[in-house]
Design a protein. Structure first.
Ligand code: CUA
Length: 376
């Protein structure tokens, strides 16, 4: 593991070259979900951060950055509170701007009128009014905020709640379902919550290096992942589909490419996913050569594949890599071509990420890709 960290450090490029225009164009010319990811980067860079829903491989991918379409209780609570705050602020704006406009128009200096207007020094009534009213407004806002914060914070986990540990890394998400014995990365699968069958997912948030922040706008507000501290949050998504999120705390060079997906599934589909994820990697004989090439390389000091000698924990667990929609924490979609490009030179796709260019020859590259491709 140490050598991997050192190699990672050594190959850190000095200049920030992402977004790479060529990559962006290649992404844009590819499949719809890819366009989503690439355009998403482009949009976020442009500061727009909003994208209409994309439909890829039959699964709805909800727009990213849209806090105005909440699909879980914590997000709904944040949304309602923001509407109250916006309404009060809009009313204040209208009153102040209205009075100002009225005064400017009504008491405009008239031509040939050089008299000084009446000078008023102090009015207890007005002063009391403009002290008391703002205090009341601030009090209402404070109480409403405190109520929303406490309601979310004090939520107790029901006996059947799902508990997941999410660990932030530069620049990917480690996801551990301790009770279920499942380890994955970058794509959090949770069951949908319905009135008939509420399903709560409690997240235990940790960091392996620097501060990150877990943010899936349609599901909840942001919660930071801080080294040596355990934070928590919960979600109860009420609609199936994939919700996009991203790291919301600047955590280094590839912070913007620390993307996150929450896949909300029916209870049945979620069960199936868990069963599939718990399986060990297939030990098919035709893959023997590919597997031994993979296991002979230093990939195994950073990555784990269950049922093999690969047990590194520095990088994402690869046991079911092919069950994930993206590679590099959302930076490219998971196709064989992209997988090959990633293994060949991850630095060309996500500069600065801690996976070095392993300088594989083309035979090794073929074998590694063949093996990884079998990890369904
Ligand atoms: Cu992790 Cu920003």
């Amino acid at each position: 593991m140490d050598s991997c960290i050192e190699v990672g450090k050594r190959i850190q490029p000095t200049g920030l070259s992402y977004p790479n225009k060529a990559l962006l164009m290649r992404l844009l010319s590819s499949r719809p979900v890819l366009q989503g990811v690439a355009m998403n980067s482009a949009f976020r860079l442009a500061g727009l951060g909003c994208l209409t829903a994309i439909v890829a491989s039959g699964q709805t991918v909800h727009s990213v950055g849209n806090i105005f379409d909440p699909q879980a209780t914590p997000a709904q609570s944040v949304f309602s509170l923001s509407l109250l705050v916006l309404t009060i602020c809009a009313a204040i704006f209208l009153v102040v701007a209205g009075l100002l406009t009225f005064t400017i128009v009504r008491f405009r200096r008239k031509a040939h009128d050089s008299r000084e207007p009446a000078q008023v020094y102090g009015s207890s009534r007005i002063e009391i009014a403009w002290t008391v009213i703002p205090i009341l407004i601030v009090l209402v806002l404070t109480l409403a905020t405190a109520r929303a914060v406490l309601a979310i914070q004090n939520k107790r986990a029901s006996a059947d709640a799902l508990h997941v540990t999410v660990i932030g890394h530069q620049w990917w998400w480690e996801i551990r379902y301790g009770d279920l014995g499942v380890v994955t990365a970058n794509e959090l699968h949770v069951p949908v919550s319905t009135t008939a069958k509420p399903a709560l997912t409690f997240l235990r948030l940790e960091s392996a290096d620097v501060a990150h922040s877990f943010w899936v706008p349609q599901l909840s507000g942001k919660t930071d992942l801080i080294p040596n501290q355990i934070n928590s949050m919960w979600i109860d998504p009420q609609q199936e589909g994939t919700f996009l999120g991203n790291c919301a705390e600047y955590c280094g060079m590839q912070h913007a490419n620390m993307l996150l997906r929450v896949v909300v599934q029916s209870p049945g589909d979620f069960e199936k996913w868990v069963v599939a994820q718990k399986k060990e990697a297939s030990a098919d004989q035709p893959l023997d050569a590919a597997r031994s090439t993979f296991l002979s390389l230093s990939c195994v000091s950073c990555h784990a594949v269950s049922g093999t000698s690969a047990s590194g924990t520095f990088g994402p667990d690869l046991t079911h890599l092919m069950s994930r929609a993206t590679l590099g924490s959302g930076v490219i979609s998971n196709t064989r071509e992209n997988l090959r490009a990633w293994v060949k030179d991850p630095q060309a796709i996500k500069p600065g990420n801690l996976m070095p260019n392993m300088q594989l020859n083309s035979r090794e590259l073929d074998q590694v890709v063949t093996y990884l491709w079998s990890l369904k």
